[in-house]
Write a protein that binds this ligand. Structure first.
Ligand code: URA
Length: 435
């Protein structure tokens, strides 16, 4: 077999066999297939798509490319959650603790930021001392003792996805249904949970821009999950506007803590409670979704969910004094105020452009090797639908220097549309997909 022929076959729109997919993945992981050939194949897949059979084969081969976690040392039903990626999407930091406070076992392996979207591992690492590279025994011990631990995709879990994910991030090949479905589901299958909740984002800030594409992605992932006997539910949720007020790693952890304290942006809180309730339901800690919703709400309002988050952070080595309101996490040294350009309603804040503004500020990676500034990002004082006078502050930007602030400001201003009529609110959960 030759990589050239595989690339050519896909380029002309033919179906790849499972053996060809395995040849590519094994070669890429071992280093015999170079980045330039992998990039060419990714681009061919991006334009030609994949059949259901190819996507399932790609998923299973990626899951088999490394270790497959055996979570049997953790008694009970283990539930995992994955978001397809959004801007300001810090829900995993909130719903894991909610579900654990309701009795579920959450052994979560998360990813880093991709493109204009953030990643849970980068966010968690903004808590000083917190480790996301724990050895397996310690990971299990923390889950057994606190009900919850969140680590990075460990050493050899889905090495094929790890390499491809980083390559896609810098070759403009992220927004592809088969590539996203196989990337997410391979990790979820290898991570070993019994049940999987998928938050499929749709809108300008998401990789899926239309409800039709989001539904196709959700169907594909639910189909793969169910094929291999994992109960899988997908919620399609809005990502046309940034989720919550904060974008950037430390800033998002601080906002997650706000929601866990029973406060915070109402839209973010509502989504966290809904996703949290689905986790509780999938973990069979409630008989109906209605009961699960009530349990999730009580977990937040009683402070138990916030306590769970602190327990987890402490067990993973984090300095939890930074999660208390009085102290807070370190932010970048420069704070820059952005003013409303003209009086009126913010009829639109393009979430993707906000994500790109956060990357300009240093909160995301521009190349595979880029170091990110965990303290950089955006605090939106106004979001879509809000009214402001010209010159009123609408956002604070955090970055290491003035150049970054200026570039971030220019981007952020280009994300705004101002009008005289208040726009209709966006629905938050558009659809639920189950087998
Ligand atoms: N999240 C993933 O894990 N993979 C993707 O391809 C996109 C979002």
């Amino acid at each position: 077999m030759r990589m050239y022929d595989i690339i050519h076959k896909k380029r002309i729109g033919q179906e790849l066999s499972r053996e060809e997919i395995r040849f590519f993945l094994q070669g890429y992981v071992e280093g015999t297939v170079p980045d330039y050939q992998a990039s060419a194949l990714l681009m061919a897949i991006f334009f030609q798509g994949m059949t259901q059979r190819e996507t399932a084969a790609l998923t299973l081969e990626m899951a088999a490319s490394g270790d497959q976690a055996d979570l049997s040392a953790i008694p009970g039903i283990k539930v995992d959650k994955h978001s397809t990626g959004g801007v300001g999407d810090k829900t995993s930091l909130v719903i894991g603790p909610i579900a654990a406070a309701c009795g579920a076992k959450i052994a979560k392996m998360s990813g880093r930021g991709l493109g204009h979207t953030g990643g849970t591992v980068d966010k968690l690492e903004s808590i000083p001392g917190l480790r996301t590279d724990l050895p397996r025994e310690m990971f299990f011990k923390i889950v057994n003792e606190t009900g919850l631990a969140m680590i990075g995709q460990s050493g050899n879990l889905c090495p094929a996805d790890k390499k491809l994910y980083a390559l896609r991030d810098v070759t403009a090949t992220v927004e592809s249904i088969p590539l996203i479905a196989s990337s997410i589901m391979s990790k979820k299958l290898a991570a070993g949970a019994d049940a999987i909740l998928l938050d499929v984002k749709v809108g300008t800030g998401a990789f899926m821009k239309t409800p039709e594409d989001a539904e196709a992605l959700a169907q594909e992932m639910v189909r793969i999950g169910c094929q291999v006997g994992r109960k899988t539910i997908a919620l399609i949720t809005d990502m046309d506007m940034p989720l919550g007020r904060n974008i950037g790693n430390s800033l998002e952890v601080l906002e997650a803590c706000e929601v866990l304290r029973g406060r915070g942006d109402p839209r973010l809180r509502a989504l966290c409670l809904e996703l949290g309730a689905h986790m509780v339901y999938l973990a069979q800690e409630a008989e109906t979704l209605e009961t699960a919703r009530e349990k999730a709400r009580q977990a937040v309002d009683s402070g138990r969910a916030f306590q769970k988050f602190c327990q987890m952070a402490a067990a993973q080595g984090g300095d939890v004094s930074c999660l208390q309101e009085e102290k807070g996490l370190p932010l970048s040294q420069m704070r820059w105020e952005v003013k409303m350009p003209e009086t009126g309603f913010l009829t639109r804040i393009d979430a993707e452009v906000c994500g790109l503004a956060a990357v300009e500020l240093g909160a995301g990676r521009e190349t595979k090797e880029s170091e990110i500034d965990l303290g950089a990002g955006i605090v939106l004082l106004k979001n879509t639908g809000d009214y402001a006078q010209a010159g009123e502050p609408i956002a604070y930007l955090y970055a290491q220097n003035r150049g970054r602030c200026l570039r971030g400001e220019e981007r952020l201003l280009s994300a705004l549309q101002v009008g005289s009529k208040q726009p209709a609110p966006h629905p938050l959960v558009l659809k639920q997909i189950e087998a």
